[in-house]
Write a protein that binds this ligand. Sequence first.
Ligand code: SAT
Ligand code: MN
Length: 602
Amino acid sequence: MRFNEDLIKWTKHSSLIHWIQEMVKLCRPDQVHLCDGSQEEHESVCAQMVRSGTFIPLNEQKRPGSFWCHSDPNDVARVEDATFICSKRKEDAGPTNNWKDPEEMKKMLLGLFSGCMRGRTLYVIPFSMGPLGSPSSRIGVQVTDSPYVVASMYIMTRMGRSALKALGEENFVPCLHSVGVPLEPGQKDVSWPCSSTHKYIVHFPEERSIMSYGSGYGGNALLGKKCLALRIASVIGRDEGWLAEHMLILGLTSPQGEKKYFAAAFPSACGKTNLAMLKSELPGWKFECVGDDIAWMRFDQDGSLRAINPEAGFFGVAPGTSFKSNPNAMLAIAKNSIFTNVALTLDHDVWWEGMTDTPPAQLTSWLGKPWTPNDQTKAAHPNARFTAPAKQCPVMDPAWEDPKGVPISGLIFGGRRSSVTPLVCESFNWEHGVFLGASLSSEITAAAAGEIGKQRHDPFAMLPFCGYNMGDYFAHWLELGKKHPGPKLPKIFYVNWFRKGTDGKFLWPGFGENARVLKWIFERVKGQDNADVTPIGLIPKKDALDFSGLKLSQEALQELFDVKPEEWRKEVEDLRKYFSIFKDRLPSGITDQLSQLESRLK
Ligand code: SAT
Ligand code: MN
């Protein structure tokens, strides 16, 4: 095939050339396309999807350069049951990951991949997670038969020839992906091909490679994101002494002009994107965004924890996003964006629940069917997504692409808890903070296929994303704090925007008002003496949280910070049971913290 000539012109990386040739032999595509990453190429891939019926172009006047598409109704979220960590030893994947012997898994997958791209084009996407050429960045090369993936990776990563150049002859992460629907001669394609029988999202942490089969959806198919930047990167971070986390990164500037950066972990679809680009309701306090989903963090020589955002775009939950809840996201998606599983308006713009108070009178639903407000179903899927270039967000931090990363002063964990945990609390120290991260639990959201609303433990919001034994991961966190003691070690906080009152309603307005909580956190990292000690951690002293201009009843305030010992004793019991799944891989630091919490509650 002709691509070989280009390939050797583009790179001298012999094992990369060999790997690509092997993948072509295995998958047997009709054509091979090496992605150069140019805008012309992006436009032509999108135009081709318009011709094939995958994409509908949006109204050029309203949303230039943008497209609407809807997936197969069975391919709308990450498939955690079908996600595997295939380390050599089962214990190294740990009790929170699905595991299969790597040799067996590979054998089975090679069977599935064999000839899986017949009738299709195989695209080769070299991509950089992290700014091009930054020593903290990692290069992956994804082979895929999905043009939707190519167009999305163009937005989400730095991809193409520049990434190959940055790679030089260093190691890369091989990422093989197929939608798993070969086309027989004359067979007509569907608009969203995916396998109805086999889905596998598989990671080989020792050889640092990824194979994903059968799904075209975001987290299953854009392999730079959850697969590389979290699951594989967490393993690399463990081995090299840094952290790959499911965290947004934001910069906060006080009215006095002082700036601090924070990184915050929340499970998928718990408001990370909203917090990352928050429009402050507090006069004078300015928020800027470095990233909305993933942080790679390492300590520098001065003992500062520095964070980079490995991504170049946002793959955010659309429903609930509006000019009220997140105006900066709305501006970021004003052009050059891809919308998946939202509703389409008659004049070819997009709509979703929560975008406006009243829905348009007539829509095409995410299922591609006519929809009116009388319909009982939702017009957009609850996990519908926008894909938009980060640089279009009006509040990107000036340092968001700084290869050195930004210095982190505080780390924040949060989950969706209707009771028990208060609006905000601060850990007593690093070890206690790691315990707070490990104790995170949250209600399941539509971001993953599963029982929505059910409470589950989601340590560090990394449950679906940690590429090794979660017990070892806790130990890694504890170890890093020990290695880097001193004034620059970030303080650790826990927040809960989702606590409900006895009436079942949210106690806290959330969104822009979360700025008030961030302000207290800012003051705490500056060393302000405005916290009270409780058995579970430090909470704001009375009147230390700025509630100016906010209508909040005295009872609501009381309930937001209520620490009920009997509830917390239950929590301890539940955590003890949960942590026992890690057996001998649970570090003593965590058990010590649990016992200390228990005795403080007495
Ligand atoms: O995993 S995705 O990238 O599809 C979104 C998420 O769950 O955070
Ligand atoms: Mn996420």
